[in-house]
Design a protein around this ligand. Sequence first.
Ligand code: ATP
Ligand code: NCN
Length: 202
Amino acid sequence: MRVAFFGGTFDPPHRGHVAIAQAAADAFELDRVLFAPAGRQPLKDGHATLDFGDRLALSTMACASDERFAASALDAPREDGQPNYTVDVLTELRRQMPDATIFNLVGADSFNDLGRWREPAELLRLAEWIVVSRPGHVLDEPEGYPLTAGQRARVHLLDAVHLDISATELRARLAAGELCDDLLTAPVAGFIRAHGFYRHEL
Ligand SMILES: Nc1ncnc2c1ncn2[C@@H]1O[C@H](COP(=O)(O)OP(=O)(O)OP(=O)(O)O)[C@@H](O)[C@H]1O
Ligand SMILES: O=C(O)c1ccc[n+]([C@@H]2O[C@H](COP(=O)([O-])O)[C@@H](O)[C@H]2O)c1
């Protein structure tokens, strides 16, 4: 079993997420991609616009695009209110799936930031990494965190997707009343509309 953990804020999940998950699943013959909203992202100040339950529901809808995708509550908010560190969730995933090959799927911007994550060396030990291109970001080593040869061998750069979509821009456009149906999958767009999410939330 080849499984990718795909963590994100997913506020909301958009076509950029689906595209990189599909490119990764095709290129690395993944059986599963787990879209896992983070309860509380350690490097983001303040709260996501939508609560965890709504981001998980939207992630479940985004996963309807491909039978290899599934939403996961593995990175749900912690009871002690502390941030969700990926090192903890990957440790738990390894415990739950001891025989699987585990990948951590990220965009180039997230990987550039790796030096600021908790326990980067352990993160590279726990999983192989798939890093996908993102417009405006270099597909390269993390800033200020040079990799050893052994670590580099565990990082797979995938220059496959060039979709300039971000959740920040989407939220601003939805707040201004735009539909944004070209940037979202149909079930996600419908759910956002039905619940009035992001309207007037600038
Ligand atoms: N258009 C994209 N191309 C490549 N990777 C992406 C793209 N959008 C998001 N990602 C990656 O998906 C993961 C989850 O992203 P996230 O949920 O934070 O969305 P985002 O669009 O980056 O949100 P925000 O604008 O709120 O920061 C991250 O690893 C990010 O790098
Ligand atoms: O563990 C960390 O220190 C850490 C620091 C920054 C980001 N992450 C994780 O990286 C994933 C993508 O983050 P983001 O900001 O693009 O939503 C998400 O699962 C975050 O929890 C994790």
